[in-house]
Design a protein around this ligand. Structure first.
Ligand SMILES: [Zn+2]
Ligand SMILES: [Zn+2]
Length: 230
């Protein structure tokens, strides 16, 4: 997994866990770094209809870390990303689409573009024939919740400043889970890998939905983030 750009995924639904995930300062990655938060902008791009209450909650939740959090007018999901046999959207193609938007709109460098959809997402394999007939993680287009590229240096390019997130596999407290999912993908965009700490937002889902156990960024991730941002 030591590729220059590592693709990080969290995927598939799991069992419904007991609710406990309220927003707290531990969910904040940047606010502890004075000055940093004032520079960064996040633009939330809804694809198709996304419940206004979810977007409002996410905006509020991200405002500690970003000086400007904008909710953009909704766009249609790109038809080119639709995987007909699964009725899912290919998350990689969604990232390419977001990257194109990022470049066309000439965003300033400090902007992160966060795609949100209520449609289901999947991670397509480069060689679908190899995976044909397999189920779950081994299938050619298995369901995922979100996707974001993790850069390995500070010189990040537009493809590493976009991420895509779906509410489709989130549970009853969807708005809280969506906020954590977006923070997870932004964590990757900020260079963080997956974390073995079960309560950390950077935990790898490994086929389940563990958001209610994920209470915030752990100390190790916050420290690693602080070091990589120096
Ligand atoms: Zn991940
Ligand atoms: Zn962690």
């Amino acid at each position: 997994m030591k590729r220059i750009i590592r693709i990080n995924i969290i995927f598939l639904l799991g069992v419904l866990l007991n609710s406990c995930g309220s927003k707290s300062d531990s969910e904040s990655l940047l606010a502890h770094k004075s000055g940093e938060s004032s520079k960064l902008i996040v633009c939330i791009q809804p694809f198709g209809n996304v419940t206004a209450g979810y977007l409002a909650y996410v905006k509020n939740s991200l405002q500690k870390d970003f000086s400007i959090v904008k909710i953009l007018p909704k766009m249609n999901l790109p038809r080119t990303a639709f995987v007909g046999i699964r009725k899912r959207y290919d998350a990689n193609k969604m990232l390419w689409h977001l990257q194109d938007l990022y470049v066309k709109r000439k965003y300033p460098n400090e902007t992160f573009l966060v795609g949100v959809t209520e449609s289901d997402l999947c991670q397509n394999r480069e060689n679908p024939q190899k995976w044909k007939g397999k189920l779950g993680f081994g299938s050619p287009d298995y369901g995922i919740m979100g996707l974001g590229y993790q850069p390995n240096s500070k010189n990040i390019v537009p493809s590493q400043k976009v991420n895509i997130n779906s509410t489709h596999r989130l549970h009853s407290n969807k708005k809280e889970q969506l906020a954590k999912l977006i923070k997870h993908e932004l964590g990757h965009n900020f260079g963080l890998p997956h974390c073995p700490n079960k309560s950390c937002i950077m935990r790898d889902a490994e086929g389940g939905n563990h958001f209610n156990e994920m209470t915030g960024f752990c100390k190790k991730c916050k420290l690693q983030f602080a070091i990589t941002r120096k």
